[in-house]
Design a protein around this ligand. Structure first.
Ligand SMILES: [Zn+2]
Length: 267
């Protein structure tokens, strides 16, 4: 199974369904080989256009990716068995033309494809979290995307919030801003999304997911969260509810209430 990470670019969401057929075709990984120069580091094999921003910064990029790898793999307590292939594209249109995927970043199998130029740089943690964590499980999208955004903040990178229009804000500060004129998405609905891009409020769904993961990890601990991540299944809300009871001694409503009360948010 491949989870599409649209890494929200709201203007492209309308086109997302039309792109899925192409996204499932991975022949670009072989056919586009001649486009790229390559460079390897301990855990990565980077592919980048021979001229441009990524080529000029490739040593620094790989250094930061290696530091990101250590942080995320330690947190998840998992290693990747082979090198992870990083593909850098100079702009979104080129990335879409080559890969069929329209967002800024995309992680699946052993591949991370990102836009990298002077103004758009995806953080080194988000897609890497997906690629590493997919070895554990493919849980409900809220846990998967929430973890990727949470770990980016935990490890000190705010690129996600710059890309979605809230530069300098934390997860919970952004959530409070968004909830000034919106109702929070019910936890049961949030956990039922198969893909966050299916949410009617995509940015709110990402930020609420990240806030939920932050609450679960920082209030109840990393070990319990990793057990939840490993056992929860997409489209299995009843079973996910039972997992919450087992791990957090409360059903979805109770955990939702504790989380919102901790943020002083009312339903
Ligand atoms: Zn993602």
């Amino acid at each position: 199974m491949i989870r599409i990470c649209l890494f929200p670019l709201v203007s492209l969401l309308a086109a997302a369904n039309a792109l899925h057929a192409q996204e499932n075709d991975k022949s670009w990984l072989v056919e586009s080989h001649a486009l790229f120069a390559t460079k390897q580091s301990m855990h990565f094999e980077a592919h980048y256009f021979p001229t441009g921003s990524a080529a000029a910064a490739i040593d620094d990029i790989l250094k930061s990716r290696e530091a990101g790898y250590v942080a995320v793999s330690n947190f998840l307590n998992i290693d990747f068995p082979t090198k992870i292939k990083l593909y850098f594209f100079p702009d979104q249109e080129t990335k879409r033309k080559v890969t069929g995927h329209g967002g800024y970043g995309w992680g699946f199998d052993n591949v991370i494809a990102e836009v990298y130029n002077d103004s758009i740089q995806v953080d080194p943690f988000h897609e890497l979290t997906h690629v590493l964590a997919y070895q554990i499980a493919h849980p409900p999208a809220a846990l998967d995307e929430g973890l990727a955004v949470y770990l980016s903040e935990k490890f000190g990178n705010s690129a996600f919030f710059e890309l979605v229009g809230y530069p300098g804000s934390t997860i919970n500060e952004t959530l409070h801003i968004l909830l000034k004129d919106k109702k929070p998405i019910a936890l049961r609905a949030l956990l039922a999304y198969e893909d966050i891009s299916a949410a009617s409020e995509v940015v709110l769904a990402y930020v609420q997911s990240a806030s939920l993961v932050k609450f679960l990890i920082e209030t109840h601990g990393r070990e319990k969260f990793l057990k939840l991540f490993a056992a929860a299944k997409p489209n299995g809300i009843a079973a996910t509810g039972e997992l919450f009871v087992r791990l957090y001694q409360g059903d979805l409503s109770k955990v939702e209430q504790q989380w919102l009360v901790s943020l002083r948010i009312s339903k």
